[in-house]
Design a protein around this ligand. Sequence first.
Ligand SMILES: CC(C)(COP(=O)(O)OP(=O)(O)OC[C@H]1O[C@@H](n2cnc3c(N)ncnc32)[C@H](O)[C@@H]1OP(=O)(O)O)[C@@H](O)C(=O)NCCC(=O)NCCS
Length: 177
Amino acid sequence: MAEKRPAFIVRPCFEQDLDQVQLIYAHHVMTGTGTFETDPPDLAEMTNRWSRLVSKNAPFLVASPTRDVTRIVGFAYAQQFRDREAYAHTFEDSVYVAPAQMGQGVAKALLIHLLQQLKDDGVREVVAVIGDGENKASIGLHAALGFRQVGLLQRVGVKFGRALDVVLMQRSLADRA
Ligand SMILES: CC(C)(COP(=O)(O)OP(=O)(O)OC[C@H]1O[C@@H](n2cnc3c(N)ncnc32)[C@H](O)[C@@H]1OP(=O)(O)O)[C@@H](O)C(=O)NCCC(=O)NCCS
């Protein structure tokens, strides 16, 4: 029996993908609390952010349907947790999936690839700074991939009139990918 093809692939994000990346992110900025940004960055700003990361060899990945690799259904990137040199081995991840494609394993595939790339690059600790203590999808996603909660910042954000917590989760890459 023929092996079932995966429904989507994970690949590096190219500049021509950024208009779709911008649309996905804008949706989450305007409708959700997973990001505390309130004004969607335009394409020029998304291009600046992408350029800054890829110029430092930080991973910026997209997921595309196998049948149409020009379409983007989600993206993930990682950046050094804080700029100071002593944080060089600690990165923070971010993952966003298009609303119509949620719940199909897109984020899990993106994060597995992101963690592997970070490990290959010598990163030792990965931190998730999760907007909204009620963000069950992101908390569940990170827990499924071996992150554990290491902190809770209470009421540090306000969006849509709600005071919001930030959940800090962490995973070590020292022993497994
Ligand atoms: C969080 C997010 C990226 C998850 O994307 P997704 O593609 O729907 O997630 P997946 O289908 O890959 O799910 C992977 C795992 O996460 C967990 N998960 C996903 N959605 C969940 C939910 N609503 N409740 C609880 N756990 C959930 C499950 O463990 C799931 O594994 P399983 O299906 O084998 O049980 C997506 O909901 C999103 O874009 N949210 C808004 C932006 C955001 O909060 N990003 C995170 C910023 S840190």
